[in-house]
Design a protein around this ligand. Structure first.
Ligand code: CA
Length: 534
C-alpha cells in the first residue's frame, strides 16, 4: 500500500512509463499518452482523415483504427454519429470531404435500421455534388454492395435535386473513380419528378440524337445544349456559350484550356475553389499577370473575401496549399512554369486568415507551442504534398496569434527551439522558416517547463502536436501541474491534435484541459472560448 501511495504522489514520471493509476496507454513512439475517446477520434478522422499516415503509423493502420472508432461510435449512438458527420461536412470544417463520405457510407451500410435511415436522409447534405456521390457509391460498393434501401437513397439524391443542378453536375463531371451518373441512374432507376428531370436523365443515359442551332427551349436543357455545341464550336461561339450558359472548364474541349480569352470569360462565374486551383494555370497562359491589372484586381478581390470563402466552403488549408504551390512558380507534376504575381500571394495570405471568419479574442496570456519534432515533418495534411503537420500547425497557431494581444510563440522537440514567427510575416516565409528547423525527439512537457524556468505568466498553453511524446523525464500533465502550483496560476492546456491518431497529452480527467482538432475551422473559436472559461 505504501508503495502505491508513493507512486501516485510522484510528481514526475518519465514519459516512457505511464503515470501510475492514470489510464495512460502506450503511444506509437514508445512513450505513454492518454487515449482520446471515440468521439474525439471520430472528429479527428472527419477533419484530418488518415490519407498519408503518420511518422509512426502507416496510412493503412491509421485508416483501420479510425474506421474502427467510427464503427464503435455507430454502435454506441448511430444517430449522434450521423449528426456529427453532417455537422462537420456541411459547415465545411474539414479540408476534405472524403472522410465524412466514408463515415456516412459506413453508417448506411453497417448501422442499425434507424441509423441507416438517418444516413440516407443526410446524403444530400454530405454528398453535395456528383463527385461526392461517386465516392459514396464506391465506398458502399466495397463495403457490402447494393440493397434496395441504398438504391432508393441514390434515387432520392437525383429526385430531390433540381433538374438544372443535375444537368450542371453532369456536364461538369460525367464520371469519377469508375462511376458515372449514367451508372448510378441505371442502378437506382429514379422516377423523374418532372419533364425537365426526364429530359436530363434521358440525356445522361442515352445522349441526344443531334444538336440544333437553336438553344434548347427548356432551362435545364440549355446547359446540355451548350455543352454539346461546345464540342465542335469555333472560338467566337465558345466564348459566347461560356458567357451565356456559364459553362465550367470541365465542359470544354481541352484545346481551349490554354486560351487566355476563354479563361477570362470563365472568370466572373468561376467558383472560388476552381479559381484557387487554377491560379498557376492562369498565370502560365499569361492571363493572370502584372500587366493585366483588371484581372489581377478581380482575382485578388475575389479570393480575399471572407464571406464568399465561407459560403463556398473554401477551407483555409486549401488556401494555404494554393499559396504554397502558386508561390513556387511551377506545378506539382512539372506541368510548366509561371511568374507568380506578388499581389496574388498577398491576397492568398489574407484569405487564409479571412477563411476562419471572425474570432472573438480570449484576452488572456497564452503560450502557443509548436511541436517541431521529426514526426511532425513527416505527416502530410489532407494528402497535400509539401504541407506537413509542422507547417500546418504554425499556420494554425498564427490564427490565434493574429487575434490575441498577449501571446508567445515557442517551438520544441527534445529541446526548446528558436522560432521567430509572427502573423505579420507572410505564411510562405513562415513555412520556409519552419522547414529550416532541424528535426529532434519529442518532449511535450517542455513548453510548461520553459515557462516555469523563465517565470512566463500564462493562463493557457496551446500545444500543436501529434501527442507522440516519449523523450522527457516528466509527463506534460505533471509539468503543467508543477507550473500551476509554483506560479499559482490555474493554467489551462489545449491540445491541438495534428494527426488522426488515438492519443493526447491532455488528461481526460482534468477539466482544465481540452482536445481540439487541428485544421478544424472551428478550432480557433473553440480555443478562445475554452481559455475564456466557457
Ligand atoms: Ca514526434
Amino acid at each position: 500500500m505504501k508503495y502505491v501511495k508513493y507512486l501516485t504522489n510522484r510528481k514526475a514520471t518519465p514519459q516512457h512509463q505511464p503515470i501510475p493509476e492514470s489510464q495512460q496507454v502506450p503511444n506509437s513512439a514508445g512513450g505513454y499518452s492518454f487515449a482520446v475517446d471515440d468521439w474525439t477520434r471520430l472528429d479527428r478522422f472527419l477533419i484530418l482523415g488518415s490519407e498519408s499516415g503518420s511518422y509512426y503509423a502507416t496510412e493503412r493502420q491509421l485508416t483501420i483504427q479510425n474506421t474502427d472508432a467510427v464503427l464503435r461510435c455507430l454502435q454506441n449512438d448511430g444517430l449522434r454519429t450521423v449528426r456529427r458527420i453532417v455537422e462537420i461536412s456541411d459547415a465545411g470544417r474539414a479540408p476534405r470531404n472524403d472522410p465524412a463520405i466514408l463515415a456516412l457510407a459506413l453508417a448506411s451500410a453497417l448501422g442499425d435500421a434507424e441509423t441507416r435511415h438517418a444516413a440516407s436522409e443526410a446524403l444530400p447534405q454530405v454528398c453535395r455534388i456528383g463527385t461526392h456521390l461517386f465516392h459514396y457509391a464506391e465506398y458502399v460498393n466495397s463495403l457490402r454492395g447494393w440493397g434496395r434501401g441504398l438504391r432508393r437513397t441514390i434515387a432520392n439524391w437525383y429526385v430531390n435535386a433540381s433538374a438544372e443542378d443535375i444537368a450542371y453536375q453532369a456536364v461538369k463531371y460525367q464520371q469519377r473513380d469508375g462511376w458515372s451518373h449514367r451508372d448510378l441512374l441505371r442502378l437506382a432507376h429514379p422516377v423523374a419528378p418532372s419533364n425537365e428531370h426526364n429530359l436530363v436523365f434521358h440525356w445522361i443515359v442515352r445522349g441526344w440524337p443531334g444538336v440544333g442551332e437553336e438553344p434548347h427551349p427548356v432551362k435545364a436543357g440549355q446547359i446540355i445544349w451548350a455543352y454539346e455545341r461546345a464540342k465542335t464550336a469555333p472560338k467566337r461561339e465558345i466564348i459566347r456559350l461560356i458567357r451565356d450558359y456559364r459553362l465550367p472548364r470541365e465542359a470544354l474541349p481541352t484545346e481551349w484550356l490554354t486560351d487566355p480569352d476563354v479563361w477570362e470569360t470563365m472568370l466572373p462565374h468561376m467558383g472560388l475553389t476552381a479559381m484557387l486551383r487554377n491560379l498557376g494555370n492562369m498565370s502560365k497562359i499569361g492571363l493572370l499577370a502584372d500587366r493585366n491589372r483588371g484581372v489581377v484586381n478581380f482575382v485578388t478581390k475575389a479570393i480575399a473575401d471572407g464571406e464568399q470563402l465561407r459560403r463556398a466552403r473554401v477551407h483555409p488549408i486549401a488556401v494555404l496549399a494554393a499559396l504554397l504551390t502558386y508561390k513556387q512558380g511551377h506545378g506539382m507534376r512539372g506541368s510548366g512554369e509561371w511568374q507568380p504575381v506578388t499581389k496574388v500571394i498577398d491576397a492568398l495570405d489574407a484569405a487564409f486568415y479571412a477563411a476562419f471568419g471572425n474570432i472573438v479574442p480570449c484576452g488572456k496570456r497564452i503560450v502557443l507551442a509548436l511541436d517541431v519534432s521529426g514526426s511532425m515533418d513527416d505527416s502530410r495534411i489532407a494528402g497535400i504534398p509539401g504541407l506537413t503537420a509542422r507547417i500546418g500547425s504554425a499556420a494554425m497557431a498564427l490564427i490565434t496569434a493574429a487575434t490575441e494581444h498577449d501571446y508567445a510563440v515557442v517551438a520544441f522537440s527534445h529541446q526548446m527551439v528558436r522560432c521567430n514567427i509572427s502573423p505579420r510575416q507572410r505564411l510562405d516565409d513562415v513555412a520556409d522558416a519552419l522547414r529550416r528547423i532541424p528535426m529532434g525527439g519529442t518532449d511535450c512537457a517542455l513548453p510548461m517547463r520553459w515557462a516555469l524556468d523563465n517565470k512566463v505568466q500564462a493562463d493557457a498553453f496551446v500545444i500543436y502536436t501529434d501527442s507522440e511524446t516519449w523523450y522527457g523525464d516528466i509527463h506534460p500533465v505533471q509539468a503543467l501541474q508543477r507550473y500551476r502550483e509554483t506560479m499559482n496560476i490555474p493554467a489551462r492546456l489545449v491540445v491541438v491534435g495534428m494527426v488522426s491518431n488515438g492519443f493526447s497529452i491532455a488528461s481526460p480527467d482534468d477539466a482544465g484541459m481540452l482536445d481540439v482538432v487541428g485544421f478544424d475551422t472551428a478550432a480557433p473559436q473553440l480555443i478562445s472560448g475554452f481559455v475564456r472559461g466557457e
